[in-house]
Design a protein around this ligand. Structure first.
Ligand code: C5P
Length: 220
């Protein structure tokens, strides 16, 4: 029996990670952060001194890419081999190269297989999986598929607040640059057919979580 699958996509800084995690906690579901997996691979490439523009070298890393992500929304961690990289994968140096890792088709196929395996199996009754191509590629059959959007200004303000009030503009520039690169690979700005758009521009965090939970509970 397949458990209840929820797919959430959205741009950088849309709040989808924190919103998805809070909704999963409320519902007693698992939470899968797929961006963390791409980041973990980018971290490993940097760690090994691999040039991420050399596709074959990055693909070579997949052979022993042993990563683990805590699916429990209350115990979130990311490990690569024996290294705990929960914090390290958020480093700007990783954010700067992750899109180049994620655009490699063989990398996407490899990680997509892992994501699907985790959606299919687990003790909890459901799982919220969040990323860029979850509603379209990873789990197009999920009974609930949501595109979480927010205006560019709202996204930049939230991300700056997360980073301790950096309003210098560089954060916003980095986010926009990453979105632009990522958009060449997957369209996560327009909802695919059957995908519900949840615009959080005028909602606060709790309201956004409540809206997502309501969408999930609304399914018979
Ligand atoms: O979600 P987050 O911003 O942490 O994702 C980091 C990067 O991982 C994205 O910028 C994108 O390049 C890649 N990614 C992806 N497909 C996903 C999730 C993330 O390509 N489903």
């Amino acid at each position: 029996i397949r458990r209840f699958a929820v797919a959430v996509d959205g741009p950088a800084g849309s709040g989808k990670s924190s919103v998805s995690r809070a909704a999963a906690r409320e519902l007693g579901f698992d939470y899968q952060d797929t961006g963390a997996a791409y980041r973990a691979l980018a971290w490993l490439a940097a760690q090994r001194g691999v040039d991420v523009d050399l596709e074959d070298a990055v693909i070579g890393l997949l052979d022993d890419f042993d990563y683990e992500i805590g699916l429990d929304p209350d115990d979130y961690f990311v490990r690569v081999g024996r290294d705990t990289v929960t914090e390290a994968i958020r480093d700007p140096a990783v954010s700067a190269i992750v899109s180049r890792v994620a655009r490699i088709p063989r990398v996407r196929e490899h990680l997509t297989d892992i994501f699907r395996g985790r959606i299919a199996q687990g003790d909890r009754p459901g799982i919220i999986t969040e990323g860029r191509d979850i509603t379209t590629i990873v789990a197009p059959d999920a009974p609930v598929r949501v595109l979480l959007t927010a205006s560019e200004a709202a996204r930049q303000a939230r991300r700056a607040a997360e980073l301790g009030g950096d309003t210098s503009g560089s954060v916003g520039q980095q986010l926009s640059a990453r979105d632009a690169q990522d958009l060449r690979v997957v369209d996560f700005m327009n909802a695919a057919e059957g995908v519900t758009t949840l615009d959080s521009t005028d909602l606060d965090f709790e309201q956004t979580v409540a809206a997502l939970v309501a969408l999930i509970r609304g399914v018979p």
